[in-house]
Design a protein around this ligand. Structure first.
Ligand code: SF4
Length: 277
């Protein structure tokens, strides 16, 4: 691993994958506070007009906004607990709040505070993965899908793996051969995608129960948002030559993601039966 990192020649952004949960969780707190303060503002301003219509209306609106504020604050607390302690109190309930509600606002607030977007995305991916694992759901291997970007392929390889990954000769010049072996071992569909739209179409066609996706932070973040509520374990690629060219992935990370989703003991029952002939 250390050797690999030393060989990398990508930008500084492409080399490090050390999600800073502190920044993300701090931003989560700031975002929650801003949302609650905005809720108070939107309650207070129309209070006078509503009071003229009926004296009870300001209290009705207040109770509604208080309920929303409580949900936001509790959501932020549970996400923080999941991130820090590996505990997930209400199972998957708050992953949607993180993916659909907090993340877009946090990216906006982060942009305003000049926090590098990639750091927010890295931490988001890490916490998302933790939440998916904590859901504790187990999936049949044939209902999983592994999505890889085509930039993982060795640049001079002439084999068309985007049409059928089984065309790969397994020469070892890139990680597609190793991934194919892994997909055969477990009986999981492996798809090499030429882009985000093609990947989304594949998910739509295959209708998997869960996905393991490898890409850069930006693509993973937008993919996670689009795919929700589908459980996705996202793995950030390696970029020794920068973005979009001869990228890589730690095969062991993919294997671990498979094991987390299928659970122990699945391979012996299903994996061998699906082995490539
Ligand atoms: S491992 Fe497969 S895809 Fe990669 S260079 Fe070799 S034949 Fe081509």
């Amino acid at each position: 691993m250390a050797d690999t990192e030393e060989k990398w020649r990508g930008s500084a952004e492409s080399i490090q994958y050390k999600p800073g949960k502190g920044v993300f969780l701090g931003l989560l707190g700031v975002t929650s506070f801003v949302m609650v303060a905005a809720g108070f503002f939107f309650w207070y301003v129309p209070t006078i007009g509503l009071g003229n219509i009926h004296p009870a209306l300001p209290y009705v609106l207040g109770a509604l906004l208080l309920g929303v504020a409580l949900f936001i604050v509790l959501g932020a607390v549970f996400i923080t607990v999941a991130a820090l302690r590996g505990a997930f109190i209400f199972r998957s309930s708050f992953r949607g709040l993180l993916v659909k509600f907090f993340l877009p606002i946090m990216l906006m607030v982060g942009g305003f505070l000049k926090i590098p977007r990639i750091k927010i995305e890295q931490a988001f991916i890490d916490i998302n993965n933790q939440m998916v694992r904590l859901m504790g759901r187990r999936f049949r291997p044939e209902k999983l899908l592994i999505l890889m970007p085509h930039c993982i392929q060795y640049d001079n390889c002439r084999i068309k793996v985007t049409r059928d990954v089984k065309n790969c000769a397994g020469c070892g010049r890139c990680e597609i051969g190793g991934l194919l072996t892994l997909s055969d071992e477990f009986g999981i569909t492996l798809f090499i995608s030429t882009g985000g739209t093609v990947a989304r179409r594949k998910v739509y066609e295959e209708r998997p129960d869960a996905v393991i996706a490898v890409a850069c932070e930006r693509d993973l973040t937008s993919g996670l948002q689009d795919a929700y509520p589908l459980p996705v374990i996202a793995i950030v690629n390696k970029r020794p030559r920068g973005y979009c060219m001869e990228t890589g992935v730690a095969i062991e990370e993919v294997r671990q993601a498979i094991l987390d989703l299928v659970g122990p003991g699945r391979l012996s029952r299903g994996g061998a039966a699906h082995a490539r002939t």
